[in-house]
Design a protein around this ligand. Sequence first.
Ligand SMILES: [Zn+2]
Length: 140
Amino acid sequence: MAEFTREQLHAYLDDALAEAEMARVEQALRESDALRRALRQAMQERDRGEHSLGAIWRRERLTCPTRENLSSYLFQVHDEARQEYIDFHLQTVGCPYCVANLADLRARQKETEGQAKERRKRFFASSASYLQVCRDPKKP
Ligand SMILES: [Zn+2]
């Protein structure tokens, strides 16, 4: 069964999760009785005003890593403690802002990798024909 934190459920109720994450919660809700109970409980907490999500997110946002930090996280260049903190922020807190930010960074990284590969291919193709010309001076 997929596990979701209380914060994630509240974020779900607030429509604050990334689209893929919303879908994941909805799928899990269909399958899990326990999660439906947890969601009902979260809704009751909200009715009783025990959980002000706005306040929590504002507080959490203060601890959000910057986009540069997330990028470094993606390339795993932080020291272990920092890497773990961001891990915690993303996986355990499930901060929808940073999860979305990271997904965006990942997509861009992939795009850049694709472009680099394309450039290398073009470079090798052109230098291969150039080398051929050099080796065979008779060739036009
Ligand atoms: Zn965050």
